[in-house]
Design a protein around this ligand. Structure first.
Ligand code: XIL
Length: 453
């Protein structure tokens, strides 16, 4: 007997529920499919994105803090420890102790690192604040070169220049000692960074550039457009996205990200925090997350701290975890939005039969890897008959699987076996479905093989 069944994609289920029940986080959690990712990093990885946080070296002995970091985030920014005053406290004497502590912890956990920041008018060491002219220009370029060389090969993206534009209606550069060395200081910094670490993405990072109609946004946009036109090496624009009642999430936030992406750069949300509480804060976080997911070149989101009490604006309770480390409504809204943006549309209709003729299946893997970690997306394709279920075997030559989605797993190192979950076992003849996992190590040689059932 032939039966046809219509299976609705889990993506559709999550987004419907999320739209209907934003703020009712318990209900949302109860309605989330059992196979949705349960951490921010894994949820973001489903669409090839990352979810990061800033951390402070001084808090790394706090086990609650480190526990949340290790569990939830797959990208790390040093909140202060890679800034100019921290890394070159005396001219020509570099100091990387706290920065290394953060970077090594992240990398040992299979997480990537955003470098923040090579050149900035603020948090300069005292010796630099009093410099000017060509000696300052040379000192700045030497700093960029030394720090980017020291971390060569270990940084996913550098904020090469931070906050170089003025607030207000001018759309012009901010006055600073660095700006007074000549308008080309920014491109000079980018060229030095590219030469020092050709593998790192190079970002310009700023705040109050989230609203497309603001003069400051337009000023940055014109600079990036000009850099792309003249071949100045820039790969990404960072939007700090510090929001509160005076500076709310703009209605054109997604358009703004898209407009920059259309210049041929990645966009990244680099320092997200949103003051507030309860469902209004949760809905703002939801909007920001969905805006990133809607822009193909939005590579990921970083929040500026873990718990409210860790924040530089603790009074505004702007983060995803409360002071005790509990998940807030804002956390649930971000997680659900990430899951809704999850594995992509996939097949919405699959046809299966009760008595399939075994036609076999094949599997292939696409890998997104970095130094000590990877995300693998495995594509399972039915042969000449529909599948009712499938089993995949992969081989990890090193490292372990740290999280996975859209498949059941047995084992987390060496030979790892995977089977379909409820919603993706039925695959029509010649059709495909995907599942994914994240792990430490290189992910080389996974060599998936497929058995139909
Ligand atoms: C902040 C840190 O969070 C604070 O601990 C420090 O006292 C000041 O700097 N824009 C940036 C970040 O690019 O580096 C800033 O971080 C917040 C605003």
């Amino acid at each position: 007997m032939k039966l046809t069944s219509r299976s609705v994609s889990p993506v559709a289920i999550v987004s419907t529920v999320a739209a209907a029940a934003l703020g009712a986080s318990l209900m949302l959690a109860a309605n989330t499919p059992a196979n949705a990712a349960t951490t921010l990093g894994a949820a973001a990885a489903q669409s090839g994105r990352y979810f990061g946080t800033a951390i402070a070296a001084g808090r790394m002995n706090d086990s609650t803090y480190i526990g949340i970091l290790n569990r939830e985030f797959d990208m790390v920014t040093a909140e202060n420890e890679m800034k100019m005053d921290a890394t070159e406290p005396q001219q020509g004497r570099f100091s990387y102790g706290n920065a290394d502590r953060i970077l090594n912890h992240a990398r040992n956990q299979g997480k990537r690192v955003r470098g923040h920041a090579l050149a900035w008018h603020s948090q300069q060491p005292g010796w630099m604040q009093s410099m000017s002219g060509s000696s300052l220009r040379n000192a700045m370029l030497n700093h960029v070169t030394q720090v980017a060389t020291y971390y060569r090969g270990k940084i996913y993206a550098w904020d090469v220049v931070n906050e170089a534009f003025a607030d207000g209606s001018s759309g012009a550069r901010r006055d600073s000692n660095l700006q007074r060395t000549g308008n080309d200081w920014i491109e000079a910094a980018f060229r030095a960074a590219r030469a020092a670490d050709p593998g790192a993405k190079l970002c310009y990072n700023d705040y109050n550039t989230d609203d497309w109609s603001h003069a400051k946004t337009q000023g940055v946009y014109r600079m990036v457009q000009d850099f792309k036109a003249r071949g100045v090496p820039i790969d990404c624009v960072g939007f700090q996205s510090h929001f509160n009642a005076q500076s709310p999430v703009p209605s054109n936030y997604q358009t703004n990200l898209q407009n920059f992406a259309n210049l041929g750069v990645d966009v990244q949300i680099t320092e997200l925090d949103i003051e507030g509480s309860g469902s209004s804060q949760a809905s703002n976080y939801d909007r920001v997350t969905r805006a990133c997911l809607a822009v193909t070149r939005c590579a990921g989101i970083t929040v500026w701290g873990i718990r409210d009490t860790d924040s530089w604006r603790a009074y505004g309770t702007p983060l995803l975890f409360d002071g005790s480390g509990n998940k807030k409504a804002a956390y649930n809204s971000v997680l659900n939005a990430l899951n809704a943006g999850g594995p992509g549309p996939g097949p919405t209709t699959t046809t299966t039969t009760n008595d399939p003729i075994p036609g076999g299946c094949t599997a292939s893997v696409s890998l997104n890897s970095w130094d000590n970690g990877f995300v693998a997306t495995v594509k399972v394709t039915a042969g000449s008959s529909a599948l009712r279920g499938w089993q995949i075997t992969t081989t990890l030559s090193s490292g372990t699987v740290t999280s996975s989605w859209n498949a059941n797993r047995s084992g987390n190192s060496g030979t790892v076996n995977w089977t379909n979950v409820d919603f993706n076992g039925a695959v029509g003849a010649g059709q495909s479905t995907e599942f994914g996992f994240q792990g430490t190590g290189s992910g080389a040689g996974l060599n998936p093989s497929c058995t139909a059932s």
